[in-house]
Write a protein that binds this ligand. Structure first.
Ligand SMILES: NC(=O)c1ccc[n+]([C@@H]2O[C@H](COP(=O)([O-])OP(=O)(O)OC[C@H]3O[C@@H](n4cnc5c(N)ncnc54)[C@H](OP(=O)(O)O)[C@@H]3O)[C@@H](O)[C@H]2O)c1
Length: 335
């Protein structure tokens, strides 16, 4: 089968290659999926660039991609919930990474059936970005109806889902975007839109119960300037917290250095009795099923920026890496 492989750390144009590799074999609790569509996430280009090489080294060549939508080709002998021929999606486990390939293996626990009223292209954008929004807003923030939330980068892969999910949960949503994407975030249901090219979100004052920080850097620290006392900041791009460093199994020295790096953020949180959490999303078939139901009933609408052919997958990742995607960047395997 064909699979897009990372061959070394570096530029996307010189570190990725479509190679011929064997079709993987499944363990008893796994499923083999024939890929119809997949999607890229910023994690994919960050890994190729070597952003995480101090934490975890890669053995090259290595597959790329974590989202898959396709049809079950084969199920392991212990799998009871699924059968060959069913339409499914998954955010596959890190140990199985490589969804930019003709066939993909997923643990059965990470898989959800998908309805016929959604195309594979629409579904492929749901797993990683959708579960990130779900886990950030529901599991970590425990967002309540009527609460005020600021969602940064509302036009992005995660933000475009988070706005719709937060509205579904009954929250009042403020989001940041550039002028060209105002119409998009309005359509997604944002109540208050801040065009960051003309206006600073810091002018909002300390009115938010929750800030969903999808940008990191100065945005993480500045979140506490607009947070109510006792509020919550959930970041997916800022400083890593203690819970996450343990989750990643990092050694004591790296954990100590990361704790030191996060000191300004943890101090800012404790000054106003706020809670800071970094979320490292994880695969979860049950949550994915609930998310897919929201799409099936039209409560969340897929937002696709561009769908590329598999032959153009390197261009697709280059496009995403510019940081200007509106919703999800999809790769199609079957027309
Ligand atoms: N920790 C985790 O488990 C986890 C999971 C998923 C994602 N992430 C991380 O979360 C971040 C966002 O992911 P994503 O998939 O949403 O990325 P993305 O789709 O590439 O985000 C692109 C969007 O960001 C917007 N944007 C860029 N700069 C902005 C700014 N200063 N203010 C407001 N909007 C801005 C752009 O809109 P404009 O063109 O209008 O500026 C664009 O629509 C990435 O760093 C990713 O690695 C982490």
């Amino acid at each position: 089968m064909k699979s897009l492989m990372i061959t070394k750390y570096g530029e996307l144009s010189t570190s990725l290659e479509i190679q011929e590799v064997p079709i993987p074999t499944i363990a008893p609790n796994q499923i083999l999926i024939k890929t119809h569509a997949s999607s890229f996430n910023p994690l994919d280009y960050k890994i190729v660039r070597g952003d995480f090489k101090a934490m975890r080294k890669i053995q090259f060549p290595k597959g790329i991609g974590r989202d898959v939508s396709g049809v079950i080709e084969q199920v392991g002998e212990k799998v009871e919930k699924f059968k060959a021929g069913e339409k499914v999606c998954s955010r596959i486990d890190e140990s199985l990474v490589g969804t930019m390939a003709d066939y993909v293996i997923s643990n059965a626990d990470d898989v959800s059936l998908v309805p016929s009223n959604l195309t594979h292209e629409e579904i492929a954008g749901i797993p990683l970005a959708g579960l990130t929004s779900y886990q950030a807003l529901i599991d970590v923030a425990k967002l309540l109806p009527g609460e005020n939330i600021l969602i940064h980068a509302g036009a992005g892969g995660v933000g475009s889902i988070a706005i719709q999910l937060a509205k579904h949960l009954g929250a009042k949503v403020t989001t940041t975007t550039s002028t060209k994407n105002i119409g998009l975030v309005q359509k997604l249901g944002a109540d208050n839109i801040i065009d960051y090219t003309k206006q600073s979100y810091l002018d909002e004052g300390p009115k938010f119960d929750v800030v969903f920080d999808t940008l990191g850097g100065k945005y993480t620290l500045d979140s506490f300037k607009i947070l109510k006392k006792g509020g919550r900041v959930i970041s997916i791009a800022g400083d890593v917290d203690n819970i996450t460093t343990k989750q990643l199994g990092l050694n004591r020295i790296i954990r100590f250095l990361l704790r030191l790096k996060a000191k300004r953020v943890t101090n800012a949180a404790s000054k106003i009795g706020a809670r800071y959490r970094f979320l490292l999303m994880s695969p979860n078939g049950d949550q994915l099923k609930k998310l897919v139901k929201l799409y099936e009933s039209g409560l969340i609408k897929p937002v696709i920026d561009k769908a590329y052919k598999f032959d153009e997958s390197i261009q697709a990742l280059e496009y995403l890496s510019k940081g200007r995607a509106k919703g999800k960047v999809i790769v199609k395997f079957i027309e």
